[in-house]
Design a protein around this ligand. Structure first.
Ligand SMILES: [Zn+2]
Length: 172
């Protein structure tokens, strides 16, 4: 189930009369308040070094623990997706990157505590501005590597949306 099935109480009038109308809308049968389900925005950076190698990180948590991953995270309220890419990669690896080119978006879904969530991941090609203090944040990832295109294997990536991005970018 998604969050529209889980919510019963209207956040405006407080009555237990929220009713799911379709896959993106629930409406309160008492006051008419409309609650929309929108995708959350994921900002993902395909970072390349000056030799054309792709920066990958190894996931330290489930889902897809220990597989290669591409760094990124959720966009915060008031933030651009480009700024979110830089912020997330700074948090994960302590490097400065700049999102140079929008590549594509891939809809994603996963369960959190039994509730289906629907991120929409935006992929950007990024260049490195400064990696002199590079250090992996171990709370999110256990390792990182720069992979030359010929060493990128689809089966080493775990999450479906990341596999799809690798496939699309490298035409594998
Ligand atoms: Zn209401």
């Amino acid at each position: 189930m998604d969050i529209l099935d889980a919510y019963k109480f209207c956040p405006i009038c407080g009555k237990p009369t929220l009713k799911k109308e379709n896959n993106h809308l629930a409406q309160c049968q008492t006051c008419g308040y409309r609650l929309y389900l929108n995708p959350s925005i994921g900002a993902v950076g395909m970072v390349f070094d000056d030799k054309g190698r792709l920066l990958v990180v190894r996931r330290s948590k489930e889902p897809a623990k220990d597989t290669w991953h591409i760094p990124g995270g959720f966009v915060e309220v008031g933030e651009t997706i480009e700024a979110a890419v830089s912020r997330e990669i700074k948090e994960e690896l302590n490097i400065e990157v700049k999102a140079e080119e929008y590549l594509f978006s891939i809809p994603n879904s996963y369960q959190y505590r039994g509730i289906e969530r629907y991120p929409l991941d935006f992929f950007f090609k990024c260049k490195i501005i400064d990696m002199s203090a590079m250090k992996v944040d171990l709370s999110e990832n256990s390792d990182f590597a720069f992979l030359p295109p010929e060493e990128i294997r689809l089966e080493d990536f775990g999450l479906p949306s990341i596999k799809e991005a690798i496939k699309r970018y490298f035409h594998k």
